[in-house]
Design a protein around this ligand. Structure first.
Ligand SMILES: NC(=O)c1ccc[n+]([C@@H]2O[C@H](COP(=O)([O-])OP(=O)(O)OC[C@H]3O[C@@H](n4cnc5c(N)ncnc54)[C@H](O)[C@@H]3O)[C@@H](O)[C@H]2O)c1
Length: 338
């Protein structure tokens, strides 16, 4: 399969490394409006065709899929261009700026008959996959309570300065992943209530969010996120879990330690591997980039809908919108109203 990538920024370097690791895939064209970033990525990954204009790249064609690694404002026009050009699409999160755009993007890919997957990679982290395997196997019975927690004081703003500038920060950028993990474990949500705070006065958006979800299957989960938590050891970028089921409990603790308690207690180190191009502490996220991109390729080959498809991601994005609405109104929001 031949691919093209748009947006040669901070995170795209991981995506380009991961594409190079996947058998049978070659990135043949790159696009970025920033000439320096474009040329640097083209040189690092030996990619000959470069474009400053996505429309020109689609017009020239010669690839089966596009990887959209730009920030959110450009996602809808690029995804619609890609659908018109008749290529499969993998698009970074946040999928869209609002539900209307997201629904239009899903519709565009459906009309074109092409796969549209969101690069919603946190549930693909191997420690999360290990925990999902335990829960999905029924070992702890039916989950009725969960806490998915991401608390850190890591400086994300130096690598991604735009994160300090938006009116929205932690729910839209990071909470979106943690809400998606909650969906992966407990299913879709019916209702959500949320509180938010801004502790760091040097940024515009909120950096603390606490969310309570009622899931359709009856489970309750707490999703809590913070970039204002000073603690040692620093756990960035680990998502921690506590799950109570009818037959036992599961915990994913700091340092990737998985504990499953039923009639006995089993402890396992589920630390992710450090890929040759990865570096700590990002290795957990970097490995999931390879896993999710492999899933995209496997689904296209098998003609299957990806687990984190555009249609699926509408439900994660709706949780983000509902959480902001709840925090601003101080009320519980029904997902049916989003
Ligand atoms: N899944 C994860 O774990 C993870 C981690 C970090 C970032 N991200 C996401 O990745 C996306 C990119 O983030 P980043 O930090 O790499 O941003 P970035 O600003 O470093 O890079 C984005 C690049 O896209 C280019 N660009 C923007 N619009 C364009 C257009 N219309 N045509 C051509 N080029 C265009 C910019 O010039 C820039 O080089 C964001 O949506 C972010 O939320 C995901």
């Amino acid at each position: 399969m031949k691919g093209a990538l748009i947006g040669c920024g901070f995170f795209a370097q991981n995506q380009l490394n991961a594409w190079r690791d996947i058998d049978g895939v070659e990135i043949v064209a790159l696009c970025d409006r920033d000439a320096d970033r474009l040329n640097q990525s083209a040189e690092t990954f030996s990619i000959e065709r470069t474009y400053s204009d996505a429309a020109q790249m689609f017009a020239d064609g010669g690839f089966d899929f596009v990887d959209v690694a730009t920030t959110v404002a450009s996602h809808r026009p690029i995804v619609e261009m890609a659908a018109k050009a008749g290529v499969h699409i993998i698009c970074q999160k946040p999928f869209a700026e609002n539900m209307q755009d997201a629904r239009a993007m899903v519709q565009a890919a459906q009309t074109a008959g092409k796969t549209l997957m969101v690069h919603e990679n946190f549930r693909w982290q191997s420690p999360i996959q290990a925990a999902l395997n335990v829960v999905r196997s029924g070992t702890i019975g039916e989950p009725f309570f969960g806490r998915v927690s991401f608390r850190s004081g890591y400086d994300v703003f130096s690598g991604q300065p735009y994160l300090a500038e938006g009116e929205r920060f932690i729910i839209e950028d990071l909470g979106i992943h943690i809400l998606d993990i909650s969906r992966a474990f407990f299913g879709d949500a019916k209702k959500i209530s949320a509180t938010t705070r801004r502790m760091n006065q040097n940024i515009k958006g909120e950096d603390v969010a606490t969310m309570l979800l009622s899931h359709e299957g009856g489970a309750t989960s707490v999703v809590d996120c913070s970039y204002a938590t000073q603690r040692m050891p620093e756990t960035f970028p680990q998502s921690l879990l506590e799950i109570d089921g009818t037959k036992g409990t599961l915990r994913l603790d700091a340092g990737y330690q998985l504990t499953v308690q039923t009639t006995d207690e089993k402890k396992q180190d589920v630390s992710p591997p450090v890929l040759p191009w990865a570096e700590k502490p990002w290795h957990n996220i970097q490995e999931s980039v390879l896993t999710i991109q492999q899933h995209f390729v496997d689904c296209i080959k098998a003609g299957k809908e990806p687990e984190t498809s555009g249609a699926d991601n509408l439900k994660t994005l709706a949780l983000v919108e509902a959480a902001y609405l709840s925090a601003s109104q101080g009320s519980t929001i029904s997902l049916a109203d989003i």
